[in-house]
Ligand binder design. Structure first.
Ligand SMILES: Cc1cc2nc3c(=O)[nH]c(=O)nc-3n(C[C@H](O)[C@H](O)[C@H](O)COP(=O)(O)O)c2cc1C
Length: 191
């Protein structure tokens, strides 16, 4: 089996406290697209996981490091991140940036540098929702910039970003343009 025939694994990180909120709805459409393209998809709901803040102990960066020193649910997430071909990060805008849940996860990815070769060589998809009318006034732009800077720093490629305005839970379902873009991004990640 050649590499291109290999079933792609897509790991979705749901970063909203709402399990079925707007960002999760976009993530679901991305998953649908990825599955249509033949990928295997797994979703993790960060809110229900015990993910502690990075303690800046630098244990993960030492030459003989055994990885992150914090013994919480991230220990089970690290191998999944390494194993996946693509990551999808779905977050609402909270106070003009990504959600705290998402940031906790992102900070802990610092430890991935110690897991194998090129741990960040993934296709990255991002889904963002916000209550204000556009990416600038909502602060979505800050989340986008944070992801762009973080993934550029570690040499990862962002395959696509889907974002849209929706305040109330489920409201994004009415935005067909966004949902279609999400399916398309999923297909790209799943190929
Ligand atoms: C604590 C909190 C802070 C928020 N801050 C912003 C904000 O800064 N800008 C904005 O446009 N919307 C803000 N919102 C609205 C959410 O981004 C919006 O409802 C989003 O669609 C929620 O996505 P979710 O359903 O996936 O959680 C905030 C919502 C909450 C609960």
């Amino acid at each position: 089996m050649s590499d291109s025939d290999k079933k792609q694994k897509v790991l979705i990180l749901l970063g909203s406290p709402r399990r079925n909120g707007n960002s999760a709805i976009i993530a679901r459409e991305i998953a649908r697209g990825a599955e249509t393209a033949g990928a295997e998809v797994e979703s993790l709901f960060i809110q229900e996981m015990d993910i502690k803040p990075c303690q800046a102990c630098w244990a993960c960066q030492k030459p003989d490091s055994k990885g992150c020193a914090i013994k919480d649910d991230m220990q089970a997430v690290f191998p999944k991140l390494i194993d996946a071909d693509a990551w999808v990060i779905a977050t609402p805008v909270h106070w003009f940036n990504m959600s705290t849940q998402t940031k906790l996860w992102l900070d802990r990815c610092f430890a991935l540098a110690k897991y194998g070769k090129d741990p960040f060589r993934k296709k990255i998809g991002i889904a963002i929702t916000y209550g204000d009318t556009d990416p600038y006034t909502s602060g979505a732009i800050n989340a986008i910039r944070s992801f762009q800077d973080s993934f550029r720093y570690v040499g990862a490629k962002i395959a696509g970003i889907v974002y849209g305005s929706a305040l109330n839970k489920g409201e994004i379902s009415q935005n067909e343009t966004v949902l279609k873009a999400a399916v398309k991004l999923g297909e790209k990640l799943g190929r």
